[in-house]
Design a protein around this ligand. Structure first.
Ligand code: HEC
Ligand code: HEC
Ligand code: HEC
Ligand code: HEC
Ligand code: HEC
Ligand code: HEC
Ligand code: HEC
Length: 389
């Protein structure tokens, strides 16, 4: 066992330097931009509901809506495909697809919005251009903190309903639609640090949407940090995966100061804060994941994986249940060994960010997790290694 691991590591080391990408787009301008939105007298741009790649061309949706930055499509259109492939290749441009109109064969790391349409509201975030409001919550995020309920206030639609369409009347900044409630896109950011940060447009363009909205500025002082797998985890294994920054002891940053630790969970808790903060029993903040005595009242998130008890047998990274890493450095690329002083359980250990084939956007079928029944497809057992015995 030991010998094999060392061998893998040596091979991996070579492989790593080629498998990491940075955020900047590649390819001909014409793949993504149109100078006059007119070719042979016909419109070129396609956006809105139904727009997507189809046999190498953008089609469907609305051809008359204006597109900023002279783009051939909006966020949803360019990141959609009528077929099931999750990476569309146009010349040297590779487009990661987050919404397939046919069931995706190999969904990317964030999952896919296909299921929120095909299976129902519980299977993903209901975002503008793809879904209408979630019937169960009237849009309101479960676990929202008392001070950012959003409803009808300045802070809608982000903290209220991600399905509010672009341009709908809104008192604070411009509503750019559901994708930009979380993403601050910077497709031409051309930094080349292996650990992606501000110069690269932050990990998967997860800059602070709050900062952008209040300052009308795309380069944000905080954002998510991490190492980006080159095919967005279309192929994934313990030796080939994203590396997500985690954090410990984060209790909420107050209005707008989120993502201070560059942790991926800090994106989620912007809208679902009660499911995270240590003890938020103080005025305005609602409850948290612990009560006043320190007992868990919700599943821990951004908490170190203990090296004791049943957790001691969780030794190898499992892409089904990714753990976060404190202070990611380049050497962490494709790490395989769990480090109990640096690895945390976090929101995306159990959830996909966009949508999944399982209710609550879970990474596996939770209804198939039974005590005493070994099941490699049940993520609970990656960490709770004794509960399947
Ligand atoms: C794969 C798609 C893609 C390709 C190829 C591409 N762009 Fe862009 N470009 C975008 C997107 C998306 C934006 C939207 C703004 C953002 O995300 O920063 C953008 C924004 C821009 C902007 C305005 C914002 C800025 O960063 O300055 C300019 C100018 C621009 N592109 C020029 C070009 C030129 C010139 C080329 C060819 C050399 C090119 N682009 C190739 C996708 C692309
Ligand atoms: C014209 C096509 C086009 C449009 C429009 C477009 N994108 Fe992209 N986007 C791309 C391509 C191509 C990539 C892959 C870049 C690369 O190779 O890393 C990409 C990458 C991304 C990524 C992943 C970045 C990473 O690090 O891998 C995110 C997130 C994203 N886009 C969000 C958006 C959002 C939000 C919008 C709307 C504001 C948008 N995109 C509009 C083509 C587009
Ligand atoms: C609720 C927040 C949220 C919303 C809304 C959202 N994203 Fe994402 N997106 C994320 C996160 C978090 C990741 C990183 C996933 C990972 O690496 O596990 C991501 C990753 C991506 C990627 C990289 C591919 C992947 O799966 O890792 C693309 C492209 C992207 N998003 C585009 C979009 C587009 C287009 C929309 C709107 C249709 C959108 N996102 C809406 C949070 C969001
Ligand atoms: C463009 C979408 C958007 C708008 C508009 C917006 N927010 Fe946020 N908010 C987010 C996101 C995404 C996060 C998590 C990442 C971050 O901090 O930027 C967040 C984080 C927060 C946090 C930090 C929560 C914590 O526990 O750390 C607070 C507080 C907050 N928002 C309050 C507000 C208030 C109040 C308004 C209106 C004045 C508002 N937001 C408007 C998207 C938005
Ligand atoms: C900008 C606000 C915002 C952010 C950031 C955000 N969410 Fe949500 N989330 C919502 C809203 C609104 C709903 C309820 C409506 C819906 O499903 O879209 C929701 C619903 C959910 C649900 C229940 C799904 C359902 O429909 O039953 C889960 C699970 C979830 N979010 C997980 C996450 C995770 C994990 C992250 C971080 C990757 C995250 N959220 C980030 C706004 C947000
Ligand atoms: C250990 C796995 C795990 C972790 C970690 C986790 N969740 Fe969940 N989450 C679940 C499961 C399982 C459900 C289904 C409902 C239940 O069992 O409570 C769920 C449900 C949800 C829901 C839907 C609640 C509703 O009312 O429908 C939201 C929103 C959510 N999680 C957000 C988050 C956020 C944000 C984080 C990080 C702070 C997080 N989760 C961390 C497993 C997890
Ligand atoms: C990535 C690792 C990881 C995954 C996956 C995971 N857990 Fe946990 N779980 C933890 C950690 C870490 C703790 C807290 C350990 C401690 O007390 O320090 C914990 C604690 C718990 C607790 C005990 C809380 C207490 O009061 O002590 C329960 C119950 C639990 N998890 C259930 C689940 C279930 C059910 C699933 C699957 C939906 C799941 N966990 C998935 C890591 C994980």
């Amino acid at each position: 066992m030991k010998a094999t691991q060392t061998y893998c590591f040596a091979v991996l080391f070579l492989f790593c330097s080629f498998s990491i990408s940075t955020a900047a787009v590649t390819g001909d301008c014409v793949n993504c931009h149109t100078m006059h939105n007119s070719q042979d007298g016909s419109a070129v741009a396609h956006s809105g509901i139904g727009a997507g790649w189809n046999g190498g061309e953008i089609s469907g949706g609305d051809s008359t809506a204006s597109q900023g930055n002279l783009l051939v499509a909006g966020c949803v259109g360019c990141h959609s495909n009528v077929g099931s492939d999750t990476i569309v290749t146009i010349g040297t441009t590779k487009v990661p697809i987050v919404y397939n109109q046919a069931e995706p064969s190999l969904p990317l790391a964030g999952g896919n919005f296909y299921w929120v349409e095909a299976s129902g509201d519980a299977y993903g975030h209901n975002v503008a251009g793809i879904s209408s409001a979630d019937g169960a919550f009237a849009g309101k995020p479960p676990g929202t903190l008392a001070f950012n309920p959003g409803e009808g206030l300045l802070c809608s639609p982000c903290h209220f309903d991600l399905s509010v369409p672009q341009g709908t009347g809104w008192t604070w900044g411009t509503n750019n639609g559901g994708c930009e409630a979380c993403h601050v896109p910077r497709h031409h950011a051309n930094g080349d640090n292996p650990v992606v940060g501000q110069a690269e447009g932050w990990y998967r363009f997860l800059g602070s949407a709050m900062y952008r909205a209040s300052n009308n500025e795309m380069v944000t002082p905080t954002g998510v940090v991490g190492i980006e797998d080159d095919d967005w985890e279309q192929t994934v294994s313990a030796a080939d995966h994203n590396v997500y920054q985690g954090a410990v002891g984060y209790a909420g940053a107050g209005a707008g100061g989120g993502i201070v630790d560059g942790a991926i969970g800090q994106i989620c808790i912007g809208c679902h804060g009660q499911f995270h903060h240590s003890y938020a029993g103080t005025a305005n903040t609602g409850s948290g994941m612990m009560d006043a005595s320190g007992a868990w009242i919700r599943h821990p998130a951004d908490v170190l994986i203990p090296g004791t008890g049943e957790y001691a047998d969780f030794n190898t990274y499992d892409p089904l249940t990714p753990v976060g890493v404190l202070n990611v450095s380049a050497g962490d690329a494709n790490f395989q060994a769990i480090d109990n002083s640096r690895n945390v359980v976090n929101c995306i250990s159990c959830h996909r960010a966009h949508g999944s084939p399982n209710p609550d956007m879970l990474r596996w079928d939770y209804n198939n997790c039974q005590t005493g029944t070994a099941n490699v497809e049940c993520g609970c057992f990656s960490c709770h290694t004794a509960k399947d015995q």
